[in-house]
Design a binder for this molecule. Structure first.
Ligand code: ZN
Ligand code: ZN
Length: 585
């Protein structure tokens, strides 16, 4: 089936380990509870259940106020809104003049340049005809003329007389702080089709007349006193009036359009937009010039005004939120990963044995199943002169006998099954099973084993018992002993337990009661398994493959030889179920 090939018809799921522990269980639920509480608090705090739309707004302003000012050379004049607000400063902005320099009755003509802008001269040679630069008030005529009693400057052709006054201090229009401005702000949230003004629907005409914004007593009045705006921006109006500047009026709309919590009110804040430290700043403040033109007896004249003032920029921010089930689902989805913190924390707690050492061992054994690559095969070795089992890594350079142990494990003798086996043996199991291939000497004990099968004593450098047979591969070069001494095959129990055909048959039927015995290989492999059960029991570590010493393999093969002299050998892989081993060829 193609879908099987493509793994399409499969589903993989994770295996979990359930630890039955009151402590861990209550810790888990406590942590989960804390996380849930945190998520709920953040949900309400950040209003994660809402869908948002940014504000779209328009602003109009109207400044009101009249001031009587005393302008040098002119005298007292009254300035109303047309005079002090001048031309529009652009969208969402308004301007109020606070200081002024007036130069009256300028006419086209020639006059001396004002010193800071034109260099001083002695003769006409110092002046260049037609010269002008960005600081010049006019174009030089080439003449050097008296500026005052002491100085001479180059004559320029321009509007004469040239403006030559310092800005007045205190500011002439400092009383502009009592002017008021009405700000009308219309906003819209297109996604919710919601419209609102900063003149709130519940306000009446009488409320608006005479109201002045105050952050504490009247925070929603749309009429502002300029002095209050500047002081709210933490500035001094008198100082600011001298040089001018820019102030931002910020209107923030943070609206909740849900029915229960409905609120949509403007919040006003103010701050200075230009550089504050006028003492350190070059070209501080804000000013511009304009002129009023007139014709007196056919000659065009103008009055030049250099106006200093404060520009107010109205900036509108804000968003509106409304409950949205989709946003809520997205929010909940995004918080689910926090619960993984509980697992991470508890795993860490168990893993670092902060919790309990026994729990750590138990948990690790159950939770982690280590699987080795075939290349990195671990072997288990049992020496008759050592009490413990050794786990060694399969080496490509050293014989198994010489390979160093990675770890040592206590051997657990499987005495119960051994007792059963021995009791069965004493009862004398029935012999004379059907033998199909008698010639091979497969089932009955072959006492005529040829002598040439006998081990070649001492011929192996790695052999300690003197009984080992030559082995082709390094991992088969293993003796039954660690140090020199008697071979395990010389022990009476070896003959009884490993070589006795009745015992092997019993063991075989014990595993598979209806097994059919017809080949010597079955008993040979039974002997291998019997040896492994005897010497390793079930104490073999999980990933390690038990290895039968060369002398024992040789002895078993001598007892149950293969007719064609070919042996598959005890297979070097993960322990297989006993039945499979018995049936192996
Ligand atoms: Zn040996
Ligand atoms: Zn031996």
């Amino acid at each position: 089936m193609p879908c099987v090939l493509l793994n399409l018809c499969e589903y993989d799921t994770q295996k979990l380990v359930k630890i039955k522990s009151v402590k861990l269980g209550s810790l888990k639920w406590t942590l989960n509870g804390v996380i849930l509480m945190f998520i709920c608090i953040m949900l309400l705090w950040n209003k994660g259940y809402q869908e948002y739309d940014p504000v779209v707004s328009s602003v109009t302003t109207k400044v009101k106020g009249v001031a009587k000012i005393n302008i040098p050379d002119i005298g007292e004049v009254v300035w109303d809104v047309v005079d002090h607000s001048g031309i529009s400063q652009g969208k969402n902005s308004f301007f109020v003049a606070t200081n002024v320099i007036v130069t009256q009755n300028q006419k086209q003509g020639n006059c001396p340049e004002v010193p800071p802008y034109g260099k001083l001269c002695r003769t006409d040679k110092d002046c260049e005809k037609g010269f002008s630069d960005q600081y010049s008030h006019g174009v030089q005529t080439g003449a050097c003329v008296k500026f005052d009693v002491m100085k001479k400057t180059c004559e320029v052709s321009t509007w004469c007389p040239i403006e030559n006054k310092k800005r007045p201090r205190p500011a002439l229009l400092a009383s502009a702080e009592n002017f008021t401005v009405m700000i009308k702000n219309n906003i819209r949230f297109p996604a919710f089709n919601y419209i609102r003004r900063n003149i709130l629907p519940e306000m009446k005409d009488t409320d608006l007349k005479g109201c002045i914004y105050n952050p504490y007593t009247n925070p929603y009045c749309p009429i502002f006193r300029l002095g209050d705006i500047v002081s709210e921006a933490k500035e001094n109006f008198e100082d600011m009036a001298v040089e001018g500047g820019a102030i931002g009026i910020q209107i923030n709309w943070d609206c909740d359009l849900n029915r229960i919590f409905h609120s949509c009110l403007p919040k006003y804040t103010f701050r200075r937009l230009d550089e504050k430290e006028s003492n350190k700043t070059l070209y501080p403040g804000f000013n511009f010039r304009f002129a009023r033109y007139s014709t007196v007896s056919g000659v065009e004249q103008r009055t030049l005004f250099k106006i200093y003032g404060i520009r107010f920029d109205v900036m509108v921010f804000g968003k509106a939120g409304k409950f949205s089930i989709i946003q809520l689902i997205i929010y909940i989805g995004s918080t689910l990963s926090y619960y993984a913190l509980t697992t991470v924390f508890l795993d860490w707690l168990i893993g670092t044995s902060c919790y309990s050492k026994e729990a750590k061992q138990n948990y690790s054994e159950r939770k982690f199943e280590s699987v080795q690559d075939r290349e990195e095969c671990f072997l288990c070795v049992s020496f008759v002169d050592e009490d413990k089992l050794r786990v060694v890594k399969k080496s490509r350079k050293k014989t198994l006998q010489q390979t160093k142990a990675l770890s040592l494990h206590q051997r657990k003798n499987d005495l119960a099954s051994m007792r059963t086996l021995i009791s069965v043996m004493h009862c004398g199991p029935s012999r004379g099973l059907p033998v199909q291939n008698g010639q091979s000497g497969g089932l009955s004990r072959n006492t005529d084993t040829p002598l040439l099968e006998k081990p070649q004593s001492g011929s192996q450098a790695w052999c300690q018992c003197g009984c080992c047979v030559p082995a082709a591969t390094l991992h088969e070069q293993l003796c039954c002993r660690l140090g020199k001494g008697r071979c395990i095959t010389s022990s009476p129990i070896f003959s009884t337990l490993i070589l006795n055909p009745s015992v092997l048959e019993t063991a075989l039927f014990y595993v598979d009661p209806l097994a059919e015995l017809h080949e010597g290989a079955q008993l040979r492999h039974g002997a291998y398994s019997q040896f492994i059960r005897w010497r390793f029991g079930d104490s073999t570590p999980r990933d390690a493959v038990p290895v039968i010493p060369s002398c024992c393999v040789g002895r078993i093969r001598a007892e149950y030889p293969s007719p064609d002299d070919k042996y598959s050998g005890p297979r070097l892989h993960q322990t297989t179920p006993p039945q499979a081993e018995f049936n192996a060829q």
